[in-house]
Design a protein around this ligand. Sequence first.
Ligand SMILES: [Zn+2]
Length: 192
Amino acid sequence: MIYGKYKNIRNASWQCIIDYNITKLPISLVSIANKSNIQIVKNSVVNLLRATERGISVYDGDKWLIVYDDNIKTSVNRFTIAHEFGHIFLGHELKKGYYARTFDNKPEVEQAADMFAARLLAPACVLHELHATTAEKIAEICNISIQAAKHRAERMAILEARNKYYLHPLERQVRKQFEDYIKENRSQSHNL
Ligand SMILES: [Zn+2]
């Protein structure tokens, strides 16, 4: 059962990258979904989103469905889908009395799902190794929107100034998993 797989928000995105053996950017959300038996579906097919919604998770009592608005850009949808992964993996509380709908959208829960999504899609230690710290570069290599990348770049500026990467064993493990990817992408920039 994947629901509530991770209890520790801080470590969840690292743990997810490790558990699903992600080795390169952009993070493959389809690969995580396939391995965890989550179905990702277009809203143009199922028509379950309200006008104000970009994405929702639906639990049918057995498996999860993530519905996203396929009328908007992939880079934006990737964040929405990763955010929904956050709700599912962190085991956020289900809305009571709603069978086909799921999470209570309390601000702290939304914030946690956003934090998970940003860290999953744009892992800080990998960006650090690639010296990818501008919003434009982050958007490009992570395939996320420029808005999401701007937030991440602000965070990266703090982390770079602090320069305390790899204190946690999970982050060291992520670094190891991305070894080949980092090598390849570093050498490319050196050849310019
Ligand atoms: Zn949410």
